[in-house]
Design a protein around this ligand. Structure first.
Ligand code: MCA
Ligand code: AMP
Length: 506
């Protein structure tokens, strides 16, 4: 019998689900008892004789699945502060997180450890491997963990260039999960499919943690492939599905490309689900409509953010209005304000502010940015604009042109510009998001070269690829003589965007 760490409601609940299936992962099938046992082993290994990790950061890098989950829970049960690393990130991005989070140890799955070897050596951080931590052996007494302690650090892009760490406590995570529990009707009998990256709230909280909180089953795919998702749905076991609009678009394309019998089997499988959710970026109405045609499901669109978890959601029962994200979830206070921070009336656009137990407390070691993010009364300023019409919220866009959303990934145009400017041939550049049916915002860069320098769009893309997460790499690069500027000499981003639209129209 494990010594269940108490204090964490998530872990206490898991202790009551015993031999119910928790994860169907690429590594095999695992019950809640397995998860309790493996996470206790991980916690014991991380503690190495100490009473508690006392909020020390532990970074972990593992493919989505069993080792990842056992690691996350092990860090929590040892009193640690988990920092999931992104499997898609090149060394430069991983280095940024290590230097910012300053973990006491990094844990890696053997298949990914090579990426961290030099980084951890240079920084003298111990690099541990998942099999060693998962090994069976005597278990330590695990600490009491306070729910106000930090649980997860998730990196998010802001207007200030480099990503910053959002500190979410166990209490924040619990509030985020509880807000969705009733709203989306979770039960033990749910079976959810997971292929979203596990360094974001969407995959970690809405899918993985919510499933485990409810004693439901989470089936993890090694990566997203449209055909794999359809084939899993076609088995009629999945009850819940959540994804970003780009994924629904890809699923529609795969369905359109399939033969009649396959289409029928796939659609039938999708119809067996009880709920399908879209979020992380605006769901185009044509995608919503086409999905409804082929599966009978009217997608439930909701609005969230790393700093707040989920804020607004269409209803489980009742009308889901196309183009709208519903109303505040239970436990979430939300309002719309004008530039003077005064609440606006229904029908008037404003900036969304959110308050409540799910909202984060701080950006890691960034007191100034934390203070700027909140306004009088403890309201978090999301930077998103919306309007309420007939009681439902409609997202209008962001206050900043420099924050883009591509395939559900939030990125900073300024960070990409800084990277391009570090290329010796680049004199100046401007990165913009151009509306795109597949990606939402298509990342495009207009670049002016230094006099006499020669390079190609492809060379600049591969330069970026070595330094940035793949989703930040500009899809289109336009070499220009000069950037469009206003009378003050400032680059006019809407004019840059128009250049790409003209280019595509040709
Ligand atoms: C991959 N690529 C991308 C993206 N993903 N480019 C732009 N935007 C992206 N998001 C690049 C690849 O590196 C590759 O580049 C090319 O695009 C095609 O790759 P492909 O294999 O087709 O892509 P994929 O690996 O299938 O990924 C597409 C994806 C993925 C499945 C849509 O991006 C994804 O899972 N997105 C979800 C992200 C997410 O969970 N966001 C939630 C955060 P090349 O051809 O040059 O090699 S938001 C959040 O958590 C809040 C709280 C919320 O509200 O939910
Ligand atoms: P992230 O920082 O990655 O958590 O992304 C959060 C941002 O995604 C929000 O601030 C919104 O701009 C955007 N977002 C999330 N859900 C939606 C949605 N349903 N419609 C439009 N934008 C959304």
């Amino acid at each position: 019998m494990d010594s269940h760490s108490s204090g964490l409601r998530l872990v206490e609940r898991a202790g009551t689900f015993h031999d119910r299936p928790a994860l169907l992962a690429p590594e095999g099938a695992f019950t809640f008892d397995d998860l309790m046992s493996a996470s206790a082993a991980v916690a014991t290994g991380l503690l190495a004789g100490r009473d508690s990790l006392d909020g020390e950061r532990i970074c972990y890098l593992a493919p989505p699945g069993w080792a990842y989950t056992a690691m996350q829970w092990g860090v929590w049960r040892a009193g640690g502060f988990g920092v999931p690393l992104a499997t898609s990130h090149p060394e430069r991005e991983l280095a940024w997180v290590l230097d910012d989070a300053k973990p006491e140890a990094v844990v890696a799955h053997p298949s990914l450890a090579g990426r961290l070897q030099d980084l951890t050596n240079d920084r003298k951080i111990p690099l541990l491997l998942t099999p060693a931590l998962l090994r069976d052996g005597p278990r330590a007494e695990l600490p009491e963990v306070d729910e106000s302690d930090p649980a997860l650090m998730l990196y998010t892009s802001g207007t200030t260039g480099k990503p910053k760490g959002v500190v979410l406590t166990h209490a924040n995570l619990r509030a985020q999960v509880e807000a969705l529990s009733e709203a989306w009707g979770w039960t033990q009998d749910d079976h959810i499919l997971l292929h979203l990256p596990l360094h974001h709230v969407h995959g970690i909280v809405n899918v993985l943690t919510s499933a485990l909180w409810h004693g439901a089953t989470c089936e993890v795919l090694p990566r997203f492939r449209a055909v794999d998702v359809w084939e899993r749905l076609a088995r009629c076991e999945v009850t819940l599905y959540m994804a970003v609009p780009t994924v629904y678009r890809r699923l529609i394309d795969a369905w359109d490309a399939a033969d009649t019998d396959t289409r029928e089997a796939w659609s039938q499988g999708a119809r067996a689900c009880r709920l399908m959710v879209s979020g992380s970026a605006a769901l185009p109405v044509p995608t919503l409509e086409r999905w409804e045609e082929i599966t009978g499901h009217r997608l439930l669109e909701r609005y969230g953010m790393t700093e707040i978890g989920m804020g607004l959601s269409n209803p489980l029962e009742g009308a889901r209005r196309a183009g709208f994200v519903g109303t505040p979830l239970p436990g979430v206070e939300a309002r719309l304000v004008d530039d003077d921070d005064l609440e606006v009336q229904e029908g008037t656009p404003g900036t969304i502010q959110v308050r409540g137990p799910a909202v984060f407390g701080e950006y890691w070691h960034r007191p100034d940015e934390t203070a700027e993010a909140f306004t009088v009364g403890g309201w978090f300023q999301t930077g998103d604009q919306a309007v309420v019409e007939d009681g439902a919220w409609r997202i209008l866009g962001r206050n900043s042109v420099d924050i883009l959303k591509t395939g559900g990934e939030k990125i900073s145009a300024l960070e990409i510009e800084d990277t391009l400017r570090s290329h010796p041939a680049v004199a100046d550049c401007a990165v913009v998001g151009v509306a795109d049916v597949d990606w939402g915002d298509r990342v495009c860069a207009a670049v002016v070269l230094r006099p006499g320098e020669i390079t190609s769009a492809e060379a600049l893309r591969s330069f970026s690829k070595k330094r940035l997460a793949p989703y930040k790499v500009p899809k289109d690069v336009l070499l220009l003589e000069e950037l469009p500027r206003n009378a003050m000499g400032k680059v006019t981003k809407p004019a840059v965007r128009d250049l790409f639209i003209e280019e595509n129209d040709e």
